[in-house]
Design a protein around this ligand. Structure first.
Ligand code: UT7
Length: 334
């Protein structure tokens, strides 16, 4: 069995910054409410007319990650792409990356696990490397939320939270069994699928319904029972972090950097208090990006690394919770 380690990181967010005040011109909301309830100050939203999509942003982040790994596109054996906002209902964004980066006809899969998407994607890639099947895997998380949000007061409980962006890493085989991904822990609880969901388009609700609805059918917008999701998030985050630490005979004290999925600053702060983590043991950037779902952890990881917050041998813990419900953690010795 081999270990896998992250050898290159990159992220891309659209230039267009949307402040909380900008949102208050679109709907009945305000900067004070958004900052107090979520910690978000601004997010990046793709501008109308831009070429950016989840796949395009993912490709931009991927090019940086491959370069930082000192590899070329031809060294990549496989693509794992996590998103809930793919360019097409099918095919997935993974195959678009293969084409956009002019790669060989390597395999590509999409992971549909929403906020836990990157954790699931990283874990999936890790298994392929552990078994020796692949050496270098491109793992991408990208979301184009802004075009699918209800930007009226009706949708304010959801739409102020989400941002667009992409992050990518190259996961590579290492012979050093003490380094890289130590373990990953994945969970789901489908009975709560309807608490955070975009019900349409679905095979049950298809083109005739879209045409008939004249924009009044809200099943095309994300729905979230925010309070319900929040309560489950804090419990599941805590459980899955402990699960990861216990599996490796570690304690919260051993964490050098914890990167939670950026769902809500209040959730991150709850977890920080619960595990008595110092400010330098946790990295949050939701203030500037909002919740970018499958992209949030990999954008935060790339940014933290760029800022020199991760050193060789550090213990880095990633954890996520979101729609499904799904949740998971990955424990990494850098
Ligand atoms: O990333 C995937 C996982 N997602 C999460 O983990 C998110 C978990 N949930 C949350 O982060 C929070 O529940 C939210 C940020 C979504 C909402 O915060 P909350 O403190 O739970 O607020 P609430 O939904 O209970 O709403 C409180 C009030 C309501 O008004 P009334 O009924 O008290 O009069 C809402 O209508 O705030 C109102 N409200 C707003 N006001 C201004 C809801 N959204 C807004 C808004 N601006 N954008």
């Amino acid at each position: 069995m081999y270990n896998s380690k992250i050898t290159g990181l990159g992220f891309y967010v659209p230039e267009n910054v949307v402040s909380n005040d900008d949102l208050s011109n679109m709907m009945d909301t305000n900067d004070a409410w958004i900052q107090e309830r979520t910690g978000i100050k601004e997010r990046h939203w793709i501008e109308e007319g831009s070429e950016d999509t989840s796949a395009v942003m993912g490709a931009k982040a991927a090019r940086i990650a491959i370069e930082k790994a000192n590899l070329t596109k031809d060294d990549i054996d496989f693509i794992v792409f996590a998103t809930l906002s793919p360019d097409y209902y099918f095919p997935g964004c993974g195959v678009q990356i293969q084409e956009m980066l002019e790669m060989q006809t390597i395999g590509a899969i999409d992971i549909r696990n929403q906020c836990s998407g990157f954790v699931y994607a990283l874990s999936t890639a890790d298994q392929f490397i552990k078994t020796g099947m692949y050496k270098n895997i491109l793992v991408i998380g990208a979301e184009y939320h802004s075009n699918g949000l209800d930007k009226t007061t009706r949708g304010r409980g959801v739409s102020v939270i989400f941002g667009d962006g992409a992050g990518a890493c190259v996961l590579s085989r290492t012979e050093d069994n003490n380094k890289g991904i130590l373990s990953s822990h994945l969970h789901s609880e489908g009975k709560y699928a309807d608490k955070l969901i975009v019900p349409s388009p679905s095979i049950k609700n298809w083109v005739p319904e879209i045409l008939a609805s004249n924009g009044e059918d809200i099943s095309y917008f994300p729905f979230m029972d925010g309070t319900f999701v929040f309560k489950h998030a804090v419990v599941r985050f805590s459980e899955v972090i402990m699960e990861g630490l216990t599996a490796n005979n570690l304690t919260p004290n051993d964490i050098d950097l914890f990167i939670p999925h950026q769902a809500n600053l209040r959730i991150s702060q709850f977890v920080q208090r619960k595990f008595k983590l110092r400010d330098d043991q946790i990295y949050n950037n939701i203030m500037n990006y909002g919740n970018t779902t499958a992209a949030s952890i990999i954008i935060a990881l790339s940014e933290a690394f760029e800022k020199g917050k991760i050193k060789d041998n550090d213990l880095v813990v990633l954890a996520a919770f979101g729609s499904g419900f799904t949740w998971g953690s990955v424990v990494i010795r850098w």
